[in-house]
Design a protein around this ligand. Structure first.
Ligand SMILES: NC(=O)c1ccc[n+]([C@@H]2O[C@H](COP(=O)([O-])OP(=O)(O)OC[C@H]3O[C@@H](n4cnc5c(N)ncnc54)[C@H](O)[C@@H]3O)[C@@H](O)[C@H]2O)c1
Ligand SMILES: C[N+](C)(C)CC=O
Length: 489
């Protein structure tokens, strides 16, 4: 496997020839050494993407032909599913079964956007002016800068790459510097699928120079970013250099509301899945559990009892239920938040420390952790921890639950569990979030839009809106009987 950048149809090292070692978070072994770019590499790639877009041949390629290439990428990903999943598990520590599911979702995303590529033929408008036609067409935006995080490296990249290509843009992708492997591999598949030279470019390296250049460059027309809120704010500022189009997929502090009339076993099971899946390193993790007071004690006991048995381990081992955190630095952050929770008076009822098993000592593991007696004002309840840490609050009425659930700066996702479907729909209607699950947690798929209200982001990925993000809308008005106006005598 090549571990270089891909620019103008060539696999290249960084201009300075710098390298970065990629670490397996399960055992800290070096799994790869990759090219490490900087601002100059980003400049080089942006120049190629700009030139290629301005030449115009990709945007002018019939949409069904672009769709065929994007479809082929999806099929190649299906064929490489195992290899890609193994790389993702090595890079992130997540279990192999999670990685395999991710690869299936990723292939579906390419195939979905391939299918949409030629479905947008524009729209005729009923012009209010006589002797005229009026049509609305969608065109590619231009050069797209795309920046992705480490928790779902290839999945988050796919949500950007597939629609950008289908819509006829050129692009420069920058994956997280700590998890680049599957993105590099997919660029090899782009070559095989016949993506033309210069259309899709890959630059590896850190955010402060490569990412910053993509968001600042006046040659980039759109910046699409998935990552943390603080980085998102910086990117928003940098994007103002040329008033770039901006898509931001940021963090969340997602409430999971369990009413007393919920199916108990399902709600307990999903409460665990909501927060402990992928060690809580999920933007939409249900890290804030709101339980109706009348079932609080019984519900907490059941959740704690099951959480005790979560098996941490090697993502490649069949019995592992959760892998490590991504890095030592990230584990430090989680530990800091657990200390804050304790200082704030939340009651630690499970975890709150690193596991003691000898076989986990080389990895960045942290025990599933649960706090009860939490209140809305606590930082541990308000801020994104992005680890296996659950806070539990109570509520006494539907209104109380909705108010508490909405009381964060975020608005990414939330869920409610109840057997009263009227109540479920009322709650779903009142939650200020981009996704609401009823009696479930976590489903997402290519056909449905994904994105956040409030400070969880701007714009949508997936679904038709996910393609529209990569288009400009143009109105073409035609006078079919042109005559002088004589407005100026
Ligand atoms: N809303 C969603 O769909 C979604 C999905 C996945 C992850 N996330 C969020 O991502 C965060 C975790 O990911 P992370 O720790 O990699 O986030 P991060 O913000 O630290 O980094 C994300 C990407 O931004 C780059 N970057 C860093 N500084 C930059 C800068 N100044 N300019 C440009 N780029 C820069 C990084 O190199 C990386 O590629 C969490 O907050 C999580 O909620 C959101
Ligand atoms: C968007 N999602 C849920 C796939 C990953 C969030 O971190």
């Amino acid at each position: 496997m090549r571990l270089q950048m891909y620019v103008d149809g060539q696999w290249v090292d960084s201009i300075t020839n710098e390298k970065r070692e990629i670490i397996n978070p399960f055992n800290q072994e070096v799994i790869a050494t990759v090219a490490e770019g900087n601002e100059e590499d980003a400049k080089r790639a942006v120049a190629v993407a700009r030139r290629t877009f301005d030449e115009g041949s990709w945007a002018a390629t019939p949409a069904n032909e672009r769709g065929e290439i994007v479809h082929k990428i999806g099929m190649l990903i299906r064929e490489s599913r195992e290899e890609l999943a193994e790389l993702e598990t090595l890079d992130t520590g997540k279990t192999l079964s999670e990685s395999l599911d991710d690869m299936d979702d990723i292939a579906n995303v390419f195939i979905y956007f391939a299918g949409l590529a030629d479905k947008e033929g524009g729209e005729m408008i009923d012009s209010p002016l006589p002797d005229s036609t009026s049509k609305v067409v969608r065109e590619p935006v231009g050069v797209c800068g795309q920046i992705t995080p480490w928790n779902y490296p290839l999945l988050q990249a796919a949500w950007k790459l597939a629609p950008a290509l289908a819509a006829g843009n050129t692009l420069v992708m920058k994956p997280s510097e700590i998890t680049p492997l599957t993105t590099v591999k997919v660029f090899e598949l782009f070559e095989q699928a016949g993506v033309p030279t210069g259309v899709a470019n890959l630059v590896l390296g850190p955010g402060h120079n490569v990412g910053a250049h993509l968001s600042e460059s006046t040659d980039v027309d759109l910046i699409s970013f998935t990552g943390g809120i603080d980085t998102g704010k910086k990117i928003m500022q940098s994007a103002s250099t040329n008033v770039k189009k901006l898509a931001l997929e940021l963090g969340g502090k997602n409430p999971n509301i369990v009413f007393a009339d919920a199916d108990f076993e399902t709600a307990v099971d999903q409460a665990l899945n909501a927060v402990f899946f992928h060690a809580g390193q999920v933007c939409s993790a249900g890290a804030r559990l709101l339980v109706e007071s009348s079932i609080h004690d019984k519900f907490v006991d059941a959740v704690v009892e099951r959480a005790k048995n979560i098996k941490l381990g090697d993502g490649f081992a069949e019995d592992t239920q959760s892998g490590p955190l991504i890095s030592a630095e990230h584990r430090d952050k989680v530990e800091k938040y657990v200390a804050i929770g304790q200082e704030e008076g939340a009651q630690l009822v499970l975890g709150g420390q690193r596991p003691e098993e000898a076989q986990l000592q080389q990895g960045f593991f942290y025990q599933p952790t649960i706090f009860t007696n939490c209140t809305e004002d606590m930082r541990i309840v308000q801020e994104e921890v992005f680890g296996p840490v659950l806070t539990i609050e109570t509520f006494d009425s539907e209104e109380d639950a909705i108010r508490k659930a909405n009381n964060t700066i975020y608005g990414l996702a939330g869920a409610t569990f109840t057997e009263d479907i009227g109540k479920a729909e009322r709650v779903a209607g009142q939650l200020r979030m981009g996704t609401v699950w009823i009696n479930d947690f976590h489903p997402y798929f290519a056909q449905a839009p994904w994105g956040g209200y409030k400070q969880s982001g701007i714009g949508r990925e997936l679904g038709r809106p996910g393609l529209e993000e990569y288009t400009e809308t143009k109105h073409v008005f035609r006078n079919i009987n042109p005559e002088p106006l004589h407005w100026f005598k």
